[in-house]
Every structure is written in C-alpha cells, then in structure tokens.
Design a binder for this molecule. Structure first.
Ligand code: UDP
Ligand code: MG
Length: 327
C-alpha cells in the first residue's frame, strides 16, 4: 500500500489548527481503514516561524498522535518556502504527497479523488476550484487578471489552481532538481511533465483567523510569478523601444515636411510647442523608468539566484520512526 503525506504550511494558525487537525485525522483514518493508503501515512504540519502558539499546538498533536509529524523552520520564510520545506521532507518517507492550506479553504473531501487519480497513474493531480462565488468581486478580478497576465507572458499555470495538489515521489524528486531561490511552485510544477490529472473542488472561506496574503503580498507574488517563469517582459521592452524609434522617425519626417510647406508657422503653432514638449518629456521618462524597472526586477532576481542562499533552515523535525527511503 502506498504511503500518503499531507503537507500543511502553518503561519499563525492557532485558531484553525484544532479543527484542521481533527478533520485531517478523520480523513486519514477513513482512507487507512478503507485500505486505500498505508497505515504509515502521515500529516506533516510545517510551522513557518509562527509568532503565536502554532508550534506548541503541533508539538502537542504529535505527542498525542503519531499520525502528526511536525517541522519547524528557523523563521518565517513565506508560504512557498514553507511548502517546499514540507515537500522535500515528506518525499523521504512518502509515495505521494498532497499539499494543502491550513485554513480549510481547500476541501479535504477532494483528497479521495486525488488519491484515486494517483492510483490511476497520475504523477501530479491539480486541485482546481470549481467556482469563485465566495470570493469578493475584487479578489476574483485580480486573481483572473493574474492568470491571464502570466499566461500572456508565456508562463504556464493551471487556471484557478493554487497549491492544493498531489505529487508522486517521482514528481517531487524532479521538483528537487529545480534549485531556484525565487520559488513559484505553481509555475514550476507544470514544467515537470509526467501524467497529470485534475480534481475540481469548491473552495470555502477561511475557517478562522485572518488571511496572511494582503494585497501587497499578492502583488509581489504576481511579479515573482512572472519574472521567475519568463523573460518575455524584457523582449516586450525591446519591442516597445523599437516602436518608439519608428514613431519618432515618422514624426521627424512630418515635422520637416511641415517646416518646408507653406504656412509652416501656423502648422507648428498647432502643436503648441511647450505643451507638446512637456508631454513628450514626461511620457518618455515614464517609458524609460518603467523599462528600467522591469530590467531591474530581473537583475535583482539574478543577484539573488547567483548568491544561491538556502531557501529555509529546519529548526526541528518531529517524526515518530518509520522507514525512510534511501535516495
Ligand atoms: N502561510 C505560511 N507562511 C506565510 C503565510 C502563509 O506558511 O508567511 C500559510 C498559511 O498558514 C496558510 C497558507 O499559507 O496555510 C495560505 O495562507 P492564507 O490562507 O493566509 O492565504 P490566502 O488563502 O488568503 O491566499
Ligand atoms: Mg487561505
């Protein structure tokens, strides 16, 4: 029987952990009793440097029930890194790993179908949300433009899929070879290939506590997503520059012709010199600074990648002994 690990990154989740752990335990027991997964399966709760009692709670859960493993990072490293730490730890023990948020927005009921798809031979199963009617119009709109923008820029992301997914050990081993520091998992996973499947689920509201992803974080996540996946924006800048050169050449011709033609003075007046100049100056400065900013974004990324700093440090790992795969 195959071993399933469910990896749950937790940052200040003391309000939801009791309920989440209860539901996860029920689900795991049910799958074990049905003989779908091995009794060695676990839930791995990753503490991402929480400032509340999250880690104490994980400790207590582990002590009371060996079903729960705990992993504590040395400090807060953000959702993607916490998830990566969990996945990389879980792949040492598991045949398949499901990643899930702690706030119960990801419907635990979809786990059965994911495991089923795994048994049908899928290495990656994406959890895709069926509807967004529980979201505010604003969140819906921004999320939609986010996917559209990334795909338009040449990235490949699965529409309405966040980080609720199942991955086989083989897929995780492949993922481990991607050493980038700027981590955008939902962009990298589709690059892995292998047979994939999709499970739709209804995304609920956060069970309790507050969202850890304010607008500012989401914006930087979007920039991260695009710049870590594709260099198309750089090429767009080049295209824009060439276009601007072409337009300015046309303008030059027009101006020269106007100067030669009769009534040149009146024609020139139409442009109303100083206003046109002011506009052009501001416009060009804006264009140049935007272009520089985009280039800078990539240069900054290169800088971080070159340094190749570790993505996280593990402070503690709670795991009641079971076999560990050699690799
Ligand atoms: N999370 C984390 N580290 C962080 C921020 C969030 O591990 O720095 C976890 C959080 O505990 C939750 C998941 O990432 O399990 C998703 O966060 P949240 O629900 O706040 O994001 P949202 O669903 O609002 O996008
Ligand atoms: Mg959430």
């Amino acid at each position: 029987m195959d071993i399933l690990y469910i990896v749950v990154p937790c940052y200040n989740e003391e309000e939801v952990l009791p309920e989440t752990s209860k539901r996860l335990r029920e689900k795991m027991r049910q799958l074990m009793d049905a003989g779908t997964i091995s009794p060695d399966s676990r839930v791995l709760l990753v503490n991402d440097g929480s400032k509340d009692r999250t880690w104490e709670m994980i400790r207590a859960l582990h002590k009371a029930d060996p079903l729960f493993d705990g992993l504590s990072l040395s400090r807060n490293r953000g959702h993607q890194n916490a998830l990566m730490a969990g996945l990389m730890t879980a792949r040492k023990y598991a045949d398949m790993v499901i990643s899930m948020d702690a706030d119960l927005q990801d419907d635990i009921g979809a786990v059965d179908e994911m495991v089923e798809k795994y048994h049908e031979g899928c290495d990656i199963v994406y959890g895709v949300r069926s509807a967004r009617d529980k979201d505010t119009a604003f969140k819906r709109g921004t999320a939609q433009s986010f996917y559209k923008l990334i795909n338009a820029m040449g990235g490949e992301v699965v529409y309405d899929h966040a980080d609720y997914r199942l991955m086989s050990r083989r897929a995780l081993d492949a993922l481990a070879e991607y050493g980038e520091v700027n981590l955008f998992l939902r962009g990298i996973v589709p690059m892995l290939g292998y047979k994939t499947g999709v499970v739709t689920y209804e995304r609920g509201e956060r069970f309790a506590g507050e969202s850890k992803s304010p607008l500012k974080k989401m914006l930087s996540f979007a920039v991260e997503g695009i710049t870590s996946l594709t260099t198309r924006p750089l090429r767009l800048i080049l295209a824009l520059g060439i276009l601007a050169l072409f337009v300015s050449a046309v303008l030059l011709v027009v101006f020269v012709v106007q100067a030669i033609l009769p009534h040149a003075a009146e024609n020139w007046q139409l442009l109303s010199g100083i206003r046109a100049l002011t506009f052009l100056l501001v416009f060009c400065t804006g264009l140049i600074l935007t272009a520089l900013g985009v280039v800078g974004e990539y240069v900054g990324k290169c800088y971080m990648e070159v340094k190749h700093r570790p993505r996280y440090h593990i402070a503690e790992h709670l795991h009641a002994g079971s076999r560990e795969f050699d690799f």
